[in-house]
Write a protein that binds this ligand. Sequence first.
Ligand SMILES: Nc1nc2c(c(=O)[nH]1)N[C@H]1C(S)=C(S)[C@@H](COP(=O)(O)O)O[C@H]1N2
Ligand SMILES: [Mo]
Length: 394
Amino acid sequence: MKFLRGPSDYSQEPPRHPSLIINSQEPFNAEPSRSALISSSYVTPVDLFYKRNHGPVPIVDDIERYRVSICGLVEKSMELSIADMKKLPKHIVTATLQCAGNRRTAMSKVKTVKGVGWDVCAIGNAIWGGAKLADVLELVGIPNLASITPLGGKHVEFISVDKCKEENGGPYKASIPLIQATTSDSEVILAYEMNGEPLNRDHGYPLRVIVPGVIGARSVKWLDSINIIAEECQGFFMQKDYKTFPPKINWENIDWSTRRPQMDFPVQSVICSLEDVTKVKPGKITIHGYAVSGGGRGIERVDVSFDGGKTWVEASRYQKTEIPYVADEKSSDKWAWVLFKAEDEISENTEIVAKAVDIAANVQPENVEFIWNLRGILNTSWHRIHIHTEHPDN
Ligand SMILES: Nc1nc2c(c(=O)[nH]1)N[C@H]1C(S)=C(S)[C@@H](COP(=O)(O)O)O[C@H]1N2
Ligand SMILES: [Mo]
């Protein structure tokens, strides 16, 4: 008995902010409105942060007696309490979490996809505090830079307690390669804090994994155990979900084993200050949005077009208000989004478009049609807003 358990129904869900847009009630999946996300600014408040659950939210019966176990292909297994976690140096990382299904609704308009319909706000940026996974692994005898344990462990599996239907009532789980946790610049953490407060129930209380730069699915919430294993996790969400396939693959001919689990997310940008379609009076318009890339790649540039992609202006970018963003690790938050702003005059109906470029010069694809995949993940196509101008009667 580890004092963290997954209930089998939804009668004990936590309270939630009334303004969230609910895409599914059970399990609870919700995102903030575009305007709430962008006006809440660089750090997303916890209550507005998107919530992506696959089962009922777990319950901690006794936090004093909660333990996370570290076991598998290690010489000495261990059980650690939250107090033990707090004895390790606290590592703080500002990281953007993005669901692989962000912007799925737009992809489903090309051709049906399977999955929760998200608009553009299944993303949030938070300041996570916790123990470095590398420090925890050292306690069980896995040194920094290890890519394999003496017993042959090569992957770190994170196992929760929530009961997911995709796992036939079993818990949510995922894994990352061991080297991703032990490498010298790893910022994979076991977080007990979000924005300076203890995690709340929706976001993984009492302990969750944060794998910066990687699709949200690998940041396992409500952590029960860490298992060192030889092969990557065989769970549903690693093997039969969150993979991309070529466009000709459908539910009849799919062979999941042919593809790797998706890890890093690609470069993304979204205009949040406008709904699609927006009606405006002719004149000056200022737009705001976010841009982010996976794998710790910063944002080099955000291009914005106010004429449907014929001409482009470069948006101004910032992480700290009034301080222009520079895509280098020392002066910026490497794992976090940047916010951007651009303005122009509008005189007629048009399309406003955003596309970002990351420091590896990766760019967003122009059209969603060409990146369609049957699970509807990673829609990172140019973000477009249709503008209808309303001319005053004269
Ligand atoms: N245990 C557990 N961890 C989980 C999930 C889950 O359903 N159960 N959902 C994953 C997915 S798909 C995403 S996008 C993120 C969402 O984290 P958030 O709800 O804190 O925004 O958590 C991930 N970790
Ligand atoms: Mo997700």
